[in-house]
Structure formats: structure tokens, C-alpha cells
Write a protein that binds this ligand. Structure first.
Ligand code: SF4
Length: 406
């Protein structure tokens, strides 16, 4: 996503200039930039959790090209200057980037090292859009791709699929058409275009904002058009789907889900509820679990009507800040009762840079209320949180030492 900054920087360096004015660039300077916002200094942030939270909050609120301002932070005797984010590519520019003659292959240097299995997943997949306003607190996409979704034209996507057909390795299967969240293609809230994303509320949490009107028509059209290309046998949607957006789309939500179930699911659809307990979901910025059950009911109804055998798989996170053994046991009960599976896709929370959840992990505080927050850091207990969910034992944990936790 750095296309614009990279080209501008290269051009200015070629002219013998330093490129310090290029948006999206950071550099070290002896002087601060007066019109930028000052962040708490590096020394303060290292010493104080509250300053760290303050720094991250300012950074987070200034990452949209429309509303984001430049930032600076005192390091030692110098300043780290953080220019405002690069302007997003227009649709025409995005289309142009994706029309370039990519090789759809690994770099020869890496190819020599043997098979690259990840290549099979991405080689014939299509990026339809960039950005995500899901703002899950453990994910950094809202920061590095931005909270405003920008999408390619339908023709650009269809043309990319047509180019696949003449590739010698193409077997007729397009493994994915999507983006950070598959079903954010083709609609956005008009507020962001003029003033950037709101800083006092979120687009999808705790509920879908009234200003956002989900509309899946665009993605449905693309999937149909690409499926009709001669030489394309199957088109899948493998990127995650936000089930709350599907349910909120009163006009096309049901027909979208039917279309996905009937034509674009490769046996199992992946959903990411991440947890089931309200306290933890709130810390994750995820919707309440009852929506998942509504979606699940529809998915299996449409699957049955289509005469198919398809499943849902669910991603869950163990040991997210705020999550305790008690929460995990309640989650296990919920899964046993309502989802009737033993989940395999459970990851132990990993604190990633640029995320609110990492701020919680590092500070032991809820950064939105500044209250103290339980964070499980003991390696064994973090593992145990996962085991409670993944092990197939009847409703109650076995009476072994391993599970004797209060
Ligand atoms: S108005 Fe709603 S949908 Fe639009 S940016 Fe603000 S929170 Fe998001």
C-alpha cells in the first residue's frame, strides 16, 4: 500500500532531494515540525504505561489521510517525525496497479529453496479492495491498510481473472476474491470521504453504525461475472466474512449468503467470532455472540436447501487480555451447547504491533477506561486456556491436576 509514497520518494531522491515532505514517510530530525502533534517522548513512554496509552491513542486517531495530522516524538536529543499518511489511491490508480503484468510466481531466489506452499493459496486469488473498518482490537489492519475501504472496479477484477486463464499453471480454480474482510467490497460510509473515520465511535462495534448501509450487490456481481469466464471452473471466497454485515444488509444479505453457500464455499466457511463471552468480546471490539447463532442458522438452512454437505469453522482466541480460565470454561460450554464442535482453530493471543490489544497486554490496563485489566502472561496458563477449548472432554474438565484451577 506504499505505492504512492515509494514513487514520490524515489522521484525526489533521484532529483537529489531528501524526500522529507513525502506523506507516509518517517525520518529523524534535529528539529520538530511545529504544525505537527507532539507525542509523549520516548523516555516518558518507556517509564509510564499511561503515557504509552496516550501515545498510541494519538497515533491511532491520526492514521487516515483525510483527518490524520503529522506527529513527532522526542527520542534522545532528536525527534522522530511521522508525516501524515499517504493519500489513498483512487479507483483508477488501484485498477492500474493491479493491471501490471505480475509474474504470479515466487522470486527465483526463493524458488531455488524448494516448494513454497503458501503460493498455492495466493497465486490465483484476487484482491478486490483494501482497508477494513472492523477494528478488531487485536488486528493491525485498521492501522496499516486504514479504516476506509477502497475498491477496484468490477471490470478490473474480471480482467485479472481473464488473465489467469492463459497462465500455464491455472487449473480453473480462483481460490479467493476478497480483501481484509471479504464482504466490505463496494460500499462505504459517506462521512469518511469528507472527514475521515469517526474517533468517538466505531463503524461495527457494538453494532453496525446507522450511517453505514451494507450492500452486497457489488460483490455478488463480481462473483457471477468471474464465474462465467470461459476456463474458470470455480470461484471461492476464502477471506473472512463479517456475519454481522450480512445480517445487516436487509436488501441483499440473504441472497448474498445463498450465493456464497451454493457456489463459492469450498466445503467449509470460516468465521471469526474469536470468543463467546461479552466481557472479552468487548475488549476485542467484536460483536455479541447471538449474531453468530442467527447467521449459523441461515447458513445451515441454505446449505440443506442446496443439498450440500458444508460446515462452518470458527476462529477463537485464548488468553486475550481480560480472558480468564472461567471465561474459557464458559466458552467451552457455549460451544458444546450451540456449535456442537470441538474447535481446532484456536490461537493463543499474540501481542502484535499497532494494536489496542497489545497496549492492553503491555500495560495491564483497559486503554478505553484506564481501569486495571487482568492479563494472563503465564505460559502454562495461556496454553491451558487453549486446551480447555480444543480438548474433547465432556462438559466438565477432567479431575486431573492439569485442570484444577480456581
Ligand atoms: S459515521 Fe459510523 S460508519 Fe461512518 S465513520 Fe463514523 S462510525 Fe464509521
Amino acid at each position: 500500500m506504499g505505492e504512492r509514497s515509494v514513487v514520490e520518494l524515489a522521484e525526489s531522491l533521484a532529483k537529489g532531494k531528501h524526500g522529507h515532505y513525502v506523506r507516509g514517510v518517517c525520518f529523524i530530525s534535529k528539529e520538530p515540525v511545529k504544525e505537527y502533534i507532539e507525542l509523549p517522548s520516548y523516555d516518558d513512554v518507556v517509564k509510564s504505561h499511561d503515557k504509552f496509552i496516550e501515545m498510541f491513542g494519538i497515533f491511532y486517531d491520526n492514521n487516515d489521510p483525510v483527518s490524520g495530522r503529522g506527529l513527532y516524538q522526542k527520542q534522545d536529543t532528536r525527534y522522530l517525525i511521522h508525516n501524515p499518511p499517504a493519500l489513498y489511491l483512487t479507483q483508477a490508480e488501484l485498477d492500474k496497479v493491479y493491471s501490471l503484468p505480475f509474474e504470479l510466481d515466487a522470486h527465483p531466489l526463493h524458488k531455488k529453496e524448494g516448494e513454497i506452499r503458501a503460493l498455492n493459496t495466493i497465486r490465483f486469488s484476487i484482491t478486490s479492495h483494501r482497508g477494513c473498518y472492523g477494528e478488531c482490537n487485536f488486528c493491525s489492519i485498521a492501522v496499516h491498510q486504514g479504516r476506509r475501504v477502497r475498491w477496484r472496479s468490477e471490470d478490473s477484477i474480471v480482467n485479472e481473472a481473464k488473465r489467469f486463464v492463459s497462465h500455464p499453471e491455472f487449473k480453473g480454480i480462483i481460490s479467493d476474491i476478497g480483501g481484509p474482510t471479504a464482504n466490505m467490497y463496494g460500499f462505504e460510509c459517506s462521512v469518511k470521504e469528507k472527514s475521515g473515520p469517526c474517533t468517538d465511535k466505531r463503524c461495527l462495534y457494538p453494532d453496525v453504525c446507522d450511517a453505514l448501509v451494507p450492500n452486497h450487490k457489488g460483490q455478488m456481481n463480481i462473483l457471477k461475472r468471474v464465474s462465467q469466464i470461459k476456463g474458470v471452473k470455480k470461484v471461492f471466497v476464502a477471506s473472512g466474512i463479517r456475519h454481522d454485515l450480512v445480517l445487516e444488509d436487509r436488501k441483499y444479505g440473504d441472497s448474498y449468503l445463498k450465493q456464497i453457500v451454493e457456489n463459492h464455499t469450498s466445503g467449509q466457511m470460516k468465521l471469526a467470532p474469536e470468543h463467546t463471552e461479552d466481557e472479552v468480546l468487548a475488549l476485542m471490539g467484536k460483536p455479541k455472540i447471538d449474531l453468530l447463532l442467527k447467521f449459523r442458522e441461515k447458513f445451515f438452512r441454505y446449505t440443506k436447501n442446496a443439498g450440500k454437505k458444508q460446515f462452518l469453522t470458527y476462529y477463537f482466541i485464548a488468553a486475550h487480555p481480560g480472558s480468564t480460565i472461567k471465561h474459557m470454561r464458559r466458552m467451552k460450554e457455549f460451544i458444546n451447547k450451540n456449535l456442537k464442535i470441538v474447535p481446532e482453530q484456536v490461537q493463543i493471543f499474540t501481542p502484535l504491533p499497532l494494536t489496542w490489544s497489545s497496549v492492553m497486554y503491555a500495560t495491564g490496563k483497559n486503554p478505553f477506561t484506564m481501569e486495571k485489566l487482568f492479563v494472563e502472561k503465564n505460559r502454562n496458563t495461556r496454553e491451558l486456556q487453549k486446551k480447555i477449548i480444543t480438548e474433547n472432554y465432556p462438559n466438565k474438565p477432567a479431575k486431573s491436576k492439569r485442570y484444577r484451577f480456581k
